[in-house]
Design a protein around this ligand. Structure first.
Ligand code: NAD
Length: 315
Protein backbone atom coordinates (compact mmCIF):
# COMPACT_ATOMS: atom_id res chain seq x y z
CA UNK A 1 0.00 0.00 0.00
CA UNK A 2 2.92 2.31 0.65
CA UNK A 3 4.02 4.22 -2.40
CA UNK A 4 6.64 6.25 -0.55
CA UNK A 5 9.91 5.02 0.90
CA UNK A 6 12.42 6.61 3.27
CA UNK A 7 11.84 9.56 5.54
CA UNK A 8 13.93 12.37 4.14
CA UNK A 9 12.39 15.80 4.76
CA UNK A 10 13.24 18.95 2.80
CA UNK A 11 12.36 22.32 4.30
CA UNK A 12 12.00 25.29 1.94
CA UNK A 13 12.02 28.56 3.87
CA UNK A 14 14.12 28.69 7.00
CA UNK A 15 12.67 31.81 8.62
CA UNK A 16 10.99 31.99 12.01
CA UNK A 17 8.46 29.23 11.20
CA UNK A 18 10.82 26.99 9.20
CA UNK A 19 13.68 27.09 11.70
CA UNK A 20 11.29 26.45 14.62
CA UNK A 21 9.94 23.47 12.68
CA UNK A 22 13.49 22.19 12.11
CA UNK A 23 14.19 22.42 15.84
CA UNK A 24 11.00 20.58 16.76
CA UNK A 25 11.74 17.81 14.22
CA UNK A 26 15.19 17.38 15.76
CA UNK A 27 13.74 17.33 19.27
CA UNK A 28 11.27 14.63 18.31
CA UNK A 29 13.68 12.60 16.17
CA UNK A 30 10.99 12.66 13.52
CA UNK A 31 13.14 11.88 10.47
CA UNK A 32 16.70 10.78 9.74
CA UNK A 33 17.63 13.20 6.98
CA UNK A 34 16.68 16.89 7.06
CA UNK A 35 17.65 19.28 4.27
CA UNK A 36 17.24 23.05 4.47
CA UNK A 37 16.82 25.37 1.46
CA UNK A 38 16.46 29.15 1.67
CA UNK A 39 17.36 32.21 -0.37
CA UNK A 40 19.39 33.27 2.64
CA UNK A 41 22.00 30.54 2.25
CA UNK A 42 24.30 31.94 4.92
CA UNK A 43 21.70 31.89 7.67
CA UNK A 44 20.40 28.46 6.62
CA UNK A 45 23.94 27.01 6.68
CA UNK A 46 24.44 28.54 10.12
CA UNK A 47 21.20 26.98 11.33
CA UNK A 48 22.16 23.56 9.92
CA UNK A 49 25.47 23.76 11.83
CA UNK A 50 23.75 24.86 15.01
CA UNK A 51 21.11 22.11 14.79
CA UNK A 52 23.80 19.48 14.14
CA UNK A 53 25.31 20.38 17.49
CA UNK A 54 22.10 19.22 19.16
CA UNK A 55 21.97 15.83 17.43
CA UNK A 56 23.98 14.07 20.12
CA UNK A 57 21.24 14.94 22.62
CA UNK A 58 18.32 14.19 20.28
CA UNK A 59 16.20 11.03 20.68
CA UNK A 60 17.61 9.58 17.43
CA UNK A 61 20.28 10.42 14.85
CA UNK A 62 19.45 12.95 12.16
CA UNK A 63 21.58 14.17 9.25
CA UNK A 64 21.00 17.89 8.81
CA UNK A 65 22.46 19.99 6.00
CA UNK A 66 21.91 22.86 3.61
CA UNK A 67 20.82 21.57 0.19
CA UNK A 68 19.47 22.34 -3.26
CA UNK A 69 16.20 21.61 -5.05
CA UNK A 70 17.72 18.42 -6.43
CA UNK A 71 17.47 17.06 -2.89
CA UNK A 72 13.71 16.90 -3.32
CA UNK A 73 13.91 14.02 -5.80
CA UNK A 74 13.85 11.31 -3.11
CA UNK A 75 12.22 13.29 -0.30
CA UNK A 76 9.23 11.76 1.47
CA UNK A 77 8.07 15.20 2.53
CA UNK A 78 8.73 18.73 1.27
CA UNK A 79 7.60 21.40 3.73
CA UNK A 80 7.22 24.95 2.43
CA UNK A 81 7.45 27.82 4.92
CA UNK A 82 9.02 30.28 2.46
CA UNK A 83 7.54 33.60 1.62
CA UNK A 84 6.64 36.95 2.95
CA UNK A 85 5.27 36.99 6.49
CA UNK A 86 2.16 38.73 7.77
CA UNK A 87 2.89 42.33 8.83
CA UNK A 88 1.07 44.03 11.73
CA UNK A 89 -2.40 45.03 10.55
CA UNK A 90 -2.13 42.94 7.36
CA UNK A 91 -4.57 40.04 6.89
CA UNK A 92 -3.28 36.68 5.67
CA UNK A 93 -5.17 37.22 2.47
CA UNK A 94 -3.23 40.43 1.72
CA UNK A 95 -0.21 38.24 1.23
CA UNK A 96 -1.62 36.23 -1.63
CA UNK A 97 -0.18 38.04 -4.65
CA UNK A 98 3.33 38.19 -3.21
CA UNK A 99 3.45 34.56 -2.17
CA UNK A 100 1.73 33.13 -5.26
CA UNK A 101 4.67 34.33 -7.43
CA UNK A 102 7.27 32.95 -5.03
CA UNK A 103 5.42 29.62 -4.97
CA UNK A 104 5.27 29.22 -8.73
CA UNK A 105 9.05 29.43 -8.96
CA UNK A 106 9.66 27.18 -5.93
CA UNK A 107 7.22 24.44 -7.04
CA UNK A 108 8.65 24.45 -10.58
CA UNK A 109 12.13 23.83 -9.14
CA UNK A 110 10.88 21.06 -6.85
CA UNK A 111 9.03 19.27 -9.65
CA UNK A 112 12.10 19.46 -11.92
CA UNK A 113 13.86 17.23 -9.38
CA UNK A 114 11.33 14.43 -10.01
CA UNK A 115 9.72 14.84 -6.57
CA UNK A 116 6.75 12.54 -6.00
CA UNK A 117 6.27 12.70 -2.23
CA UNK A 118 4.01 14.69 0.05
CA UNK A 119 3.87 18.48 0.08
CA UNK A 120 3.10 20.22 3.37
CA UNK A 121 2.43 23.96 3.09
CA UNK A 122 2.51 26.53 5.90
CA UNK A 123 2.96 29.85 4.08
CA UNK A 124 -0.06 32.19 4.20
CA UNK A 125 -2.67 32.45 2.93
CA UNK A 126 -2.19 28.75 3.48
CA UNK A 127 -5.43 27.38 1.97
CA UNK A 128 -5.04 29.32 -1.28
CA UNK A 129 -1.33 28.49 -1.57
CA UNK A 130 -2.02 24.80 -0.95
CA UNK A 131 -4.55 24.89 -3.79
CA UNK A 132 -1.89 26.63 -5.90
CA UNK A 133 0.75 23.99 -5.11
CA UNK A 134 -1.57 21.22 -6.25
CA UNK A 135 -2.27 23.10 -9.50
CA UNK A 136 1.39 24.07 -10.11
CA UNK A 137 2.74 20.59 -9.29
CA UNK A 138 0.04 18.47 -10.94
CA UNK A 139 0.49 15.90 -8.14
CA UNK A 140 -2.56 13.92 -6.95
CA UNK A 141 -4.64 15.95 -4.47
CA UNK A 142 -3.95 13.55 -1.59
CA UNK A 143 -0.22 14.35 -1.88
CA UNK A 144 -0.72 18.05 -1.14
CA UNK A 145 -1.57 19.06 2.44
CA UNK A 146 -1.87 22.52 3.97
CA UNK A 147 -1.42 23.18 7.67
CA UNK A 148 -4.97 24.59 7.53
CA UNK A 149 -6.56 24.95 10.95
CA UNK A 150 -4.14 22.66 12.80
CA UNK A 151 -2.85 25.65 14.77
CA UNK A 152 -6.28 27.21 15.29
CA UNK A 153 -7.58 23.88 16.63
CA UNK A 154 -4.60 23.73 19.00
CA UNK A 155 -5.28 27.28 20.21
CA UNK A 156 -8.98 26.43 20.71
CA UNK A 157 -8.23 23.25 22.65
CA UNK A 158 -5.67 25.08 24.76
CA UNK A 159 -8.09 27.87 25.74
CA UNK A 160 -10.89 25.40 26.51
CA UNK A 161 -8.46 23.31 28.55
CA UNK A 162 -7.62 26.37 30.66
CA UNK A 163 -11.29 27.21 31.10
CA UNK A 164 -12.20 23.69 32.25
CA UNK A 165 -8.87 22.87 33.91
CA UNK A 166 -8.24 19.63 32.03
CA UNK A 167 -5.45 18.67 29.65
CA UNK A 168 -5.94 19.87 26.04
CA UNK A 169 -5.70 16.19 25.14
CA UNK A 170 -9.05 15.71 26.89
CA UNK A 171 -10.68 18.56 24.95
CA UNK A 172 -12.17 17.44 21.66
CA UNK A 173 -13.20 19.98 19.10
CA UNK A 174 -12.31 21.37 15.71
CA UNK A 175 -11.77 24.75 14.16
CA UNK A 176 -12.59 24.39 10.47
CA UNK A 177 -12.69 26.65 7.42
CA UNK A 178 -10.15 29.20 6.22
CA UNK A 179 -7.02 29.56 8.36
CA UNK A 180 -8.05 33.15 8.92
CA UNK A 181 -10.86 35.50 9.74
CA UNK A 182 -13.74 33.38 8.36
CA UNK A 183 -12.86 30.22 10.31
CA UNK A 184 -15.42 28.70 12.69
CA UNK A 185 -15.62 26.47 15.73
CA UNK A 186 -17.68 23.29 15.42
CA UNK A 187 -19.43 23.91 18.75
CA UNK A 188 -22.03 21.24 18.08
CA UNK A 189 -19.32 18.56 18.07
CA UNK A 190 -17.15 19.90 20.89
CA UNK A 191 -16.85 17.86 24.07
CA UNK A 192 -14.78 18.15 27.21
CA UNK A 193 -13.60 14.73 28.30
CA UNK A 194 -16.58 13.10 26.63
CA UNK A 195 -19.29 15.51 27.84
CA UNK A 196 -20.83 17.66 25.14
CA UNK A 197 -20.14 21.37 25.47
CA UNK A 198 -23.85 22.07 24.86
CA UNK A 199 -24.74 19.92 27.92
CA UNK A 200 -22.12 21.73 29.97
CA UNK A 201 -23.54 25.10 28.90
CA UNK A 202 -27.10 24.01 29.72
CA UNK A 203 -25.93 23.24 33.23
CA UNK A 204 -23.71 26.35 33.47
CA UNK A 205 -25.37 29.08 31.36
CA UNK A 206 -23.08 31.71 32.89
CA UNK A 207 -20.21 30.18 30.86
CA UNK A 208 -21.80 31.10 27.52
CA UNK A 209 -20.06 34.47 27.23
CA UNK A 210 -16.69 32.95 28.18
CA UNK A 211 -17.10 30.36 25.42
CA UNK A 212 -17.79 33.07 22.87
CA UNK A 213 -14.69 34.93 24.06
CA UNK A 214 -12.65 31.74 23.64
CA UNK A 215 -13.58 31.56 19.99
CA UNK A 216 -12.69 35.22 19.39
CA UNK A 217 -9.36 34.74 21.18
CA UNK A 218 -8.68 31.63 19.08
CA UNK A 219 -9.46 33.39 15.81
CA UNK A 220 -7.54 36.56 16.66
CA UNK A 221 -4.57 34.99 18.47
CA UNK A 222 -2.18 35.56 15.56
CA UNK A 223 -2.90 39.31 15.53
CA UNK A 224 -2.15 39.53 19.24
CA UNK A 225 1.09 37.53 19.01
CA UNK A 226 2.26 39.49 15.96
CA UNK A 227 1.59 42.75 17.84
CA UNK A 228 3.58 41.42 20.79
CA UNK A 229 6.60 39.84 19.07
CA UNK A 230 6.34 40.37 15.32
CA UNK A 231 5.49 36.81 14.23
CA UNK A 232 4.04 33.49 15.39
CA UNK A 233 6.15 30.39 14.97
CA UNK A 234 6.40 27.89 17.85
CA UNK A 235 2.76 26.79 17.80
CA UNK A 236 2.63 26.34 14.03
CA UNK A 237 6.01 24.56 14.08
CA UNK A 238 4.58 21.98 16.50
CA UNK A 239 1.52 21.60 14.27
CA UNK A 240 3.72 21.06 11.20
CA UNK A 241 5.81 18.55 13.12
CA UNK A 242 2.61 16.70 14.14
CA UNK A 243 1.43 16.45 10.52
CA UNK A 244 4.93 15.38 9.41
CA UNK A 245 4.99 12.56 11.95
CA UNK A 246 1.51 11.47 10.88
CA UNK A 247 2.80 11.15 7.31
CA UNK A 248 6.22 9.64 8.02
CA UNK A 249 4.87 7.11 10.55
CA UNK A 250 1.77 6.24 8.48
CA UNK A 251 -0.40 7.07 11.48
CA UNK A 252 -3.92 7.33 10.03
CA UNK A 253 -4.54 10.03 12.63
CA UNK A 254 -7.28 12.66 12.31
CA UNK A 255 -5.93 16.23 12.15
CA UNK A 256 -7.51 19.45 10.94
CA UNK A 257 -5.54 20.28 7.80
CA UNK A 258 -6.20 22.08 4.57
CA UNK A 259 -7.52 19.34 2.29
CA UNK A 260 -9.14 19.37 -1.14
CA UNK A 261 -12.92 19.08 -1.08
CA UNK A 262 -14.62 17.05 -3.78
CA UNK A 263 -18.26 17.27 -2.74
CA UNK A 264 -17.66 16.85 1.00
CA UNK A 265 -19.76 19.36 2.97
CA UNK A 266 -21.44 20.16 -0.35
CA UNK A 267 -18.39 21.99 -1.75
CA UNK A 268 -15.62 21.37 -4.22
CA UNK A 269 -12.64 22.99 -5.96
CA UNK A 270 -11.20 24.38 -2.73
CA UNK A 271 -8.54 23.47 -0.16
CA UNK A 272 -9.85 24.33 3.31
CA UNK A 273 -9.38 23.32 6.96
CA UNK A 274 -11.33 20.15 7.76
CA UNK A 275 -10.65 17.03 9.82
CA UNK A 276 -8.88 14.46 7.66
CA UNK A 277 -7.14 11.12 8.11
CA UNK A 278 -3.42 11.58 7.50
CA UNK A 279 -1.06 8.76 6.61
CA UNK A 280 1.93 7.92 4.45
CA UNK A 281 -0.04 8.70 1.31
CA UNK A 282 -0.92 12.17 2.60
CA UNK A 283 -4.64 12.78 2.93
CA UNK A 284 -6.35 9.37 3.07
CA UNK A 285 -9.83 10.75 3.58
CA UNK A 286 -11.68 13.98 4.37
CA UNK A 287 -14.05 13.43 7.30
CA UNK A 288 -17.45 15.08 7.26
CA UNK A 289 -17.94 16.10 10.84
CA UNK A 290 -21.65 16.80 11.47
CA UNK A 291 -22.48 20.54 11.34
CA UNK A 292 -25.64 22.32 12.45
CA UNK A 293 -27.35 24.80 10.11
CA UNK A 294 -25.48 27.83 11.47
CA UNK A 295 -22.14 26.04 11.13
CA UNK A 296 -22.96 24.95 7.58
CA UNK A 297 -23.72 28.56 6.63
CA UNK A 298 -20.49 29.84 8.19
CA UNK A 299 -18.48 27.11 6.47
CA UNK A 300 -20.07 27.97 3.10
CA UNK A 301 -19.08 31.61 3.65
CA UNK A 302 -15.52 30.56 4.43
CA UNK A 303 -15.39 28.46 1.24
CA UNK A 304 -16.63 31.47 -0.74
CA UNK A 305 -14.01 33.75 0.87
CA UNK A 306 -11.25 31.43 -0.35
CA UNK A 307 -12.75 30.95 -3.81
CA UNK A 308 -13.03 34.72 -4.27
CA UNK A 309 -9.31 35.02 -3.61
CA UNK A 310 -8.07 32.08 -5.63
CA UNK A 311 -10.33 32.38 -8.67
CA UNK A 312 -8.61 35.40 -10.33
CA UNK A 313 -5.39 33.35 -10.37
CA UNK A 314 -6.87 30.13 -11.75
CA UNK A 315 -9.57 31.00 -14.28
P1 NAD B 1 10.17 34.74 7.69
O1 NAD B 1 10.22 36.01 6.92
O2 NAD B 1 10.85 34.66 9.02
O3 NAD B 1 10.74 33.55 6.81
C1 NAD B 1 10.47 33.40 5.45
C2 NAD B 1 11.69 32.74 4.85
O4 NAD B 1 11.39 32.42 3.51
C3 NAD B 1 12.95 33.61 4.87
O5 NAD B 1 14.01 32.90 5.47
C4 NAD B 1 13.20 33.89 3.39
O6 NAD B 1 14.58 34.02 3.09
C5 NAD B 1 12.59 32.65 2.75
N1 NAD B 1 12.25 32.82 1.34
C6 NAD B 1 11.55 33.82 0.77
N2 NAD B 1 11.45 33.59 -0.54
C7 NAD B 1 12.08 32.42 -0.80
C8 NAD B 1 12.33 31.66 -1.96
N3 NAD B 1 11.88 32.05 -3.16
N4 NAD B 1 13.00 30.51 -1.83
C9 NAD B 1 13.46 30.08 -0.65
N5 NAD B 1 13.27 30.77 0.50
C10 NAD B 1 12.59 31.93 0.41
O7 NAD B 1 8.62 34.38 7.84
P2 NAD B 1 7.98 33.37 8.90
O8 NAD B 1 7.59 34.12 10.11
O9 NAD B 1 8.85 32.17 9.01
O10 NAD B 1 6.63 32.99 8.14
C11 NAD B 1 6.66 32.18 6.97
C12 NAD B 1 5.25 31.99 6.46
O11 NAD B 1 4.51 31.18 7.38
C13 NAD B 1 4.46 33.30 6.32
O12 NAD B 1 3.70 33.26 5.13
C14 NAD B 1 3.55 33.28 7.53
O13 NAD B 1 2.39 34.05 7.34
C15 NAD B 1 3.25 31.80 7.61
N6 NAD B 1 2.68 31.32 8.86
C16 NAD B 1 1.76 30.34 8.76
C17 NAD B 1 1.14 29.85 9.88
C18 NAD B 1 0.11 28.76 9.73
O14 NAD B 1 -0.59 28.41 10.69
N7 NAD B 1 -0.03 28.20 8.55
C19 NAD B 1 1.48 30.35 11.14
C20 NAD B 1 2.45 31.33 11.22
C21 NAD B 1 3.06 31.82 10.07
Amino acid sequence: MEKFKGNKVVLIGNGAVGSSYAFSMLNQGACDEFVIIDLDERKAKGDAMDLNHGVVYAPSPMKIRYGTYEDCHDAALVVICAGAAQKPGETRLDLVGKNMKIFKSIVDEIMKSGFDGIFLIATNPVDVLTYAVQKFSGLPENQVIGSGTILDTARFRHLLSEEFDVSPNSVHGYIIGEHGDSELAVWSGTNIAGKSLYDILNENPEKQSRIEEIFVNTRDAAYEIIKAKGATYYGVAMGLMRISKAVLNNENVVLTVSAKLNGEYGHDDVYIGVPAIINRNGIREVLETPLNEEEKAKFAKSVQTLKDIQSPFFE
